[in-house]
Design a protein around this ligand. Structure first.
Ligand SMILES: [Zn+2]
Length: 422
């Protein structure tokens, strides 16, 4: 793959030199067509914005590759004696199909035949492998009570495929290697790339939900709930996904932009037109054709687009790394003063903020490790402001553990999230 792209770029630049030397109109057109073709080989029209993006796998190959991965998962499930789809849970699968079809019908890839797969797994998850399947865990179906929330998750997964995230990630790494970028080889770059993709998939998914007749604010409700339940884990480790509070805000903003397209329970009659031009993006319409000077702009567009995106990604990586460092630095001076048992399943901890800054939106976390080494994470939100030097308390509630059991386990407290101010 790497060598293929290299050759195309080298060819393209040698054609550029010829372009300056040639003057005949006929020859120019030929050169331009050549450039245009070169651009076509390494790029793909972004299905959402119409922009050219770097890509090396055609859609046919993507489907074959993506679907093979899911078929492997299905085979493994069957081998383990687990049921899938309707055989696993008829009612849940019918609901999944019903909501999924409405989302898929208004998506950019509505012309392809897609199928959701329900598998037996208690975790709250759904994913795409870039083909025509969306895999949904039974745990997700159980926890998402409203169809609008299910639509938000499915819209997000369909959007990952539409926006080419699965394969783009590979392509970007290759492109960055060509450019000799050191940063691209570092983990931060990859994580930030996922962060960007998640936000993009959220935005596209919210538009799909609105066009299909589902409340577009459902996505932000999911992230608000997640934040209440599990905090942001910012102080803990480098996150692959955008932290929950940020995501709740971004999804709410996107929903407010598309809410006028939402018709409760039915598809928007203008959905096809709104897919291309809406309050979130406008599809660029380029009328230029091969042989009319479009080749040069096409090849520049591809190279430039990849560069700009790469720069944005690096900035995002830096921003995230700084936030995490800040949280870890603050954490060192948040000191435990004491613990008090409240009842069988809850206890209170008192800390002191020995940092020189005040903090608000404080979330405290605790890691619990049992004898087998299994780690669980719980969070407690602290109301109000915590001034520099002040003591503050938070209560942890453990529905699945008693305090007596807890005393035999290892604990580690940490500052999960906070907004510092002076
Ligand atoms: Zn995602």
């Amino acid at each position: 793959m790497l060598s293929m792209v290299n050759t195309v770029f080298i060819k393209a630049s040698s054609v550029l030199v010829c372009l300056v030397l040639l003057s005949g109109c006929e020859a120019l057109q030929r050169v331009d067509r050549g450039l245009y073709n070169a651009a076509e080989t390494v790029s793909e029209r972004d299905r959402v914005t119409g922009r050219r993006t770097l890509s090396m796998a055609s859609r046919g190959q993507q489907i074959a590759q993506g679907n093979a991965a899911v078929e492997q998962i299905i085979a493994q499930q069957k081998k383990a004696g687990k049921k899938i789809n309707g055989a696993l849970d008829r009612k849940a699968y019918q609901r999944l199909i019903r909501v999924f079809d409405r989302i898929h019908r208004v998506s950019h890839l509505a012309n392809e035949r897609w199928l959701p797969i329900l598998i037996d797994n208690s975790s709250f998850n759904a994913f795409t492998t870039g083909g025509t399947y969306i895999v949904v865990h039974s745990g997700l179906m159980r926890d998402l009570k409203s169809d609008a929330e299910l639509a938000a998750v499915l819209g997000h997964e369909v959007a990952h495929t539409v926006a080419n995230h699965v394969f783009e990630r590979k392509t970007h790494q290759t492109a960055a290697l060509i450019a000799g970028s050191e940063a691209a080889r570092q983990g931060g770059y990859q994580a930030a790339f996922t962060h960007e993709s998640e936000i993009e998939a959220d935005r596209i998914g919210i538009l799909y939900a609105a066009l299909a007749g589902f409340d577009p604010y459902a996505a932000s409700r999911i992230w608000e709930r997640q934040y209440k339940k599990e905090g942001s884990a910012r102080g803990l480790f480098f996150h692959d996904h955008p932290v929950n509070p940020e995501r709740a805000v971004l999804t709410r903003n996107a929903a407010s932009k598309v809410k006028s397209y939402y018709r409760n329970g039915r598809q928007n009659p203008q959905s096809a037109a709104l897919l291309n031009n809406n309050a979130l993006w406008r599809k660029s319409t380029s009328s230029a054709e091969a042989g009319s000077g479009a080749g040069l702009s096409a090849i520049l567009g591809t190279a430039l687009g990849a560069y700009v995106q790469h720069q944005g990604t690096k900035q995002e990586a830096n921003r995230q790394a700084q936030q995490i460092q800040l949280m870890q630095a603050l954490d060192k001076k948040v000191v435990v003063l004491g613990e008090k048992v409240i009842d069988q399943n809850s206890w209170q901890v008192v800390w002191q903020n020995r940092n020189t800054v005040n903090m608000k939106n404080v979330v405290m976390g605790v890691l619990v490790k049992d004898a087998k080494g299994k780690v669980k994470r719980y969070v407690a939100h602290v109301k109000g402001h915590v001034r520099s030097g002040a003591r503050f308390a938070a209560q942890f509630n453990l529905p699945d553990l008693t305090v007596a059991q807890l005393k035999r386990m290892q604990l580690k407290y940490y500052l999960d999230d906070a907004t510092p101010y002076r």
